[in-house]
Design a protein around this ligand. Structure first.
Ligand SMILES: NC(=O)c1ccc[n+]([C@@H]2O[C@H](COP(=O)([O-])OP(=O)(O)OC[C@H]3O[C@@H](n4cnc5c(N)ncnc54)[C@H](OP(=O)(O)O)[C@@H]3O)[C@@H](O)[C@H]2O)c1
Length: 302
């Protein structure tokens, strides 16, 4: 192994030095023993080595020097192909944390692949962008054996102040990652849709944003209420009903069409409400839409 400094007896290896892997390595450098770092394109380790990391030219040497191996490569196929180049006996006895983004099924497949090779593996999801890595606000979710998270918690908390074990099913960090991102993208897209309509009427996006924030402030309590209804399987409709909300959705579609803005988003929401009403749930609260999404309400044939 080519090193710029002596390798500590007990350390962490970071495999993959893209923007995220580099940020993880820097978070380790900032508070604790310097990590060993490895990347396919070696030049990406140059700056980190200058900052104090131990740059390894050989992946197997990097793994052999570490108790904990943090892999942050492009995807799970890449992760499997890279880890497959390391001899089994070198990987055995170390904990490998795989932080590439994946679907839940991919995460489970990678976990099964690793277990079949005798590896000890956690599959995680990084929930924050690069600048937040290593801060108290950073969040990384881990799925798999909870004892592994506890064993390495001191290192993992250097990567993210919020280090959450979310379950033993190795797909569940990826599942929550995907579902959380959906909420984020839906919110961003709805904002952009509203901003596009407002712009056509001469209201700029910054002006609209101030009002959009007022609505966003209602969402945390709204989500808690929806969650309680979904978990209880009750959709009371005491304060508002899908039939009433359908009128607002008609207004969104009409305004979108009138301003020449793609109406796909409000059309989708109107269709969900319409199907719930058509199935006899017009008097229920909006949470009933979950059953339309699940395909468990019966809509009369058109
Ligand atoms: N960036 C973010 O804000 C962010 C946020 C959350 C999660 N993530 C996840 O973190 C993971 C890493 O993301 P990233 O932003 O660092 O950049 P990336 O472009 O997704 O991944 C770059 C890394 O993958 C390596 N790589 C790609 N193909 C390879 C191959 N065939 N063989 C060996 N290595 C290969 C690159 O090596 P070379 O340098 O040699 O090309 C580099 O180390 C991804 O799964 C991403 O979804 C990223």
């Amino acid at each position: 192994m080519t090193t710029e400094r002596a390798t500590p007896a007990s350390t962490t290896a970071v495999v993959g030095l893209g923007p995220m892997g580099s940020a993880l390595a820097r978070a380790l450098l900032a508070a604790g023993p310097p990590p060993v770092v490895w990347n396919r394109t070696r030049s990406r380790a140059t700056d980190l080595a200058a900052e104090g990391a131990v740059s390894a030219s050989d992946l197997s040497d990097a793994v052999a020097s570490a108790d904990l191996v943090i892999s942050c490569l492009r995807d799970h196929a890449t992760t499997r192909s890279v880890l497959a180049t390391v001899p089994h006996e070198t990987l055995r006895g170390r904990t490998v944390v795989i932080l590439a983004s994946a679907t839940p099924d991919e995460a489970r497949a990678t976990h099964a692949w690793a277990v079949a090779r005798g590896l000890t593996v956690l599959v995680g999801s990084i929930m924050v962008p690069v600048p937040l890595v290593g801060t108290p606000e950073a969040q990384i979710l881990y799925a798999g054996d909870p004892a592994l998270v506890e064993r390495h918690r001191d290192v993992l908390e250097r990567l993210a102040g919020r280090t959450d074990h979310v379950g033993e099913d190795p797909g569940h960090a990826s599942l929550l990652d995907t579902a959380m991102l959906e909420v984020y993208f839906a919110g961003m897209t709805a904002f952009l849709h509203g901003a596009a309509m407002a712009a056509r009427e001469g209201i700029d996006a910054t002006t609209f944003a101030a009002y959009a924030r007022d609505v966003l402030a209602l969402l945390p309590d709204t989500v808690d209420g929806l969650a309680a209804d979904v978990d209880a399987g009750r959709h009371p409709g005491h304060e508002d009903t899908i039939a009433m909300e359908l009128a607002a959705l008609e207004h969104m579609v009409a305004t979108s069409e009138a301003t020449g803005v793609d109406p796909s988003l409000p059309v989708l929401m109107r269709r969900l409400a319409h199907d719930a009403v058509a199935a006899g749930h017009g008097g229920d609260s909006w949470s009933r839409v979950v059953d339309v999404l699940r395909g468990t309400v019966r809509t009369p044939a058109a």
